[in-house]
Design a protein around this ligand. Structure first.
Ligand SMILES: Cc1ncc(COP(=O)(O)O)c(C=O)c1O
Length: 382
C-alpha cells in the first residue's frame, strides 16, 4: 500500500501541462521554468574534458573540494560574506538540497512556514518528511512581497523552519535586505531556522539580491546551477548548512545521494569562473521579455497589479474570465496553442492567476501574445 506521505504528495501541474503541450502540435511554451539559453561554452568543454579524463567515479558526498572552495568564494565576491567551505554540501540540483534541509530540521508534526503563493513543490517536501505546512498570505498589492508581521503572526512554538524564496517563483517578487533581516529575527524569536532558496539570484531586474547569509549564519541556503547557468538537466546544486548541522546533513547526503556527478562538478567550477558579463547579458534579455509580457497582460485586459522584479515569471489575474485558472489554461492551450501554468499549482491564493514564464525567446513570446489576444477577444468577461 502507498504510504500516507506519498499519497499526500500532489502532482506538479506545470509538468502535467508540459506533457499535454508536448502531445499537441505548434504550441508556444510559456509554462516552462527552464532557461532557453545554453550553458557557457567553457562549461560544456570542461565537462567533456573531465569525462575524457575519466572523472566518472564517486566523489566525497559533500562534493569536490575545488567546487566547494569556488562556491565559498562566490559568497565573498557577490555578497561580501565569509562562508567556510566545510559548510557547503554539493547536491545533484538544489531540490535534493531542500530535501536534506527538511529531513535534518523537521520531525513528524513539526511546522514549516512558507508563503502562499509559493513554488509548487515546497509543501510536498514538507509532507515527505512528515511536517505540517503553515502559510503566510501574500498580496498582489504588496507586489507579492511578504510582510515580516505576517510571518510573526504565523510562527509559533511548533515552527521548525521558515522557507523563503527570492527572487520568487511564481511571482517574480524580490525580498529587500531589510525584510529578509526582519524575517530572520522573527524565525530566531521562536527558534526556527530560515531556509532560503536563492536559486534565482542574479536574475533580478530592478532590485538587488541579498543572501540571508548577510544577516545570519544560522540558515540553510539552497542554490545551484540550473537557472543562472542554464544547467537544468546537469543536476548540480548546493546547500550552505548552518554550523551545528553539517555532520547530520553530510551523513544524510552519504546515505541518500552518494554524490553529485563527478565530471559535472568540474563543469560547475568552470561555470563559477564565467565572467559576470555573461549573466548581465542574459539578465538584460529577460528584462526586455518581462517588459513585453507585462505590457501584453495589460493589453489583454487582465490584472497585473505589480511589476515582477526577478526570476522569469509573472502571475496574471484571470478572475474576470469565465471558469477557474485550470479552465483558462485549457482554453489557451486548446484554442490559442499557448501553454501556461494554472495558478492553483502555487497555492490557494494563486488560484485566480496564471503563471506565465518568459524563459522563451522574444519572437515566440510575441507570437504567443498575438494568439492569446485573438482568443481572449472572443471570451465574455465578468
Ligand atoms: C524556486 C525553485 N527552487 C528550486 C527549483 C529546482 O531547481 P533544481 O534544478 O536546482 O533542482 C526550481 C525549479 O523550477 C524553482 O523554481
Amino acid at each position: 500500500m502507498v504510504s500516507q506521505r506519498a499519497a499526500d504528495v500532489t502532482p506538479f501541474m506545470a509538468m502535467d501541462v508540459l506533457e499535454r503541450a508536448n502531445d499537441t502540435d505548434d504550441v508556444i511554451h510559456l509554462e516552462v521554468g527552464e532557461p532557453d539559453f545554453s550553458p557557457p561554452d567553457r562549461v560544456v568543454e570542461t565537462a567533456v574534458e573531465s569525462l575524457r579524463a575519466g572523472h566518472t567515479n564517486y566523489t566525497a558526498a559533500r562534493g569536490k573540494p575545488a567546487l566547494r572552495r569556488a562556491i565559498a568564494d562566490r559568497y565573498d565576491h557577490v555578497y561580501g560574506v565569509d562562508v567556510d567551505p566545510d559548510r557547503i554540501v554539493v547536491t545533484p540540483g538544489s531540490s535534493p538540497g531542500l530535501l536534506l534541509a527538511m529531513a535534518t530540521l523537521v520531525d513528524p508534526g513539526d511546522e514549516v512556514v512558507l508563503t502562499d503563493p509559493h513554488y509548487a513543490c515546497y509543501p510536498n517536501f514538507v509532507r515527505t518528511v512528515g511536517g505540517r505546512v503553515e502559510t503566510v498570505p501574500l498580496h498582489a498589492s504588496d507586489g507579492f512581497r511578504p510582510r515580516p508581521s505576517a510571518f510573526e503572526a504565523a510562527v509559533g512554538d511548533d515552527t521548525r523552519a521558515v522557507l523563503l524564496n527570492s527572487p520568487a517563483n511564481p511571482t517574480g517578487a524580490v525580498l529587500s535586505g531589510g525584510t529578509l533581516d526582519a524575517i530572520v529575527d522573527v524565525a530566531d524569536a521562536v527558534d526556527a531556522t530560515p531556509v532560503v532558496d536563492e536559486i534565482y539570484h542574479g536574475l533580478s531586474y530592478d532590485a538587488t539580491d541579498h543572501s540571508v547569509l548577510e544577516y545570519t549564519d544560522d540558515a540553510f541556503v539552497l542554490d545551484g546551477f540550473s537557472k543562472r547557468f542554464a544547467m537544468t538537466g546537469w543536476r548540480l546544486g548546493w546547500v550552505v548548512v548552518p554550523p551545528g548541522y553539517v555532520d547530520a546533513v553530510n551523513r544524510l547526503a552519504q546515505n541518500v545521494l552518494i554524490c553529485a556527478p563527478n565530471f559535472v562538478q568540474d563543469a560547475g567550477v568552470a561555470a563559477l569562473e564565467t565572467p559576470p558579463e555573461h549573466l548581465a547579458d542574459i539578465r538584460a534579455t529577460y528584462r526586455e521579455r518581462r517588459d513585453l509580457l507585462v505590457d501584453a497582460v495589460a493589453d489583454w485586459g487582465l490584472g497585473l497589479d505589480y511589476t515582477p522584479q526577478g526570476a522569469y515569471y509573472l502571475l496574471a489575474d484571470v478572475s474576470d474570465l469565465p471558469g477557474d485558472s485550470l479552465a483558462v489554461a485549457d482554453l489557451l492551450l486548446e484554442e490559442a496553442g499557448v501553454a501556461v501554468t494554472p495558478g492553483l499549482d502555487f497555492g490557494e491564493r494563486a488560484a485566480d492567476y496564471l503563471r506565465l514564464s518568459y524563459a522563451t525567446d522574444a519572437a515566440a513570446i510575441e507570437e504567443a501574445i498575438d494568439r492569446i489576444e485573438r482568443v481572449l477577444a472572443t471570451v465574455e468577461r465578468a
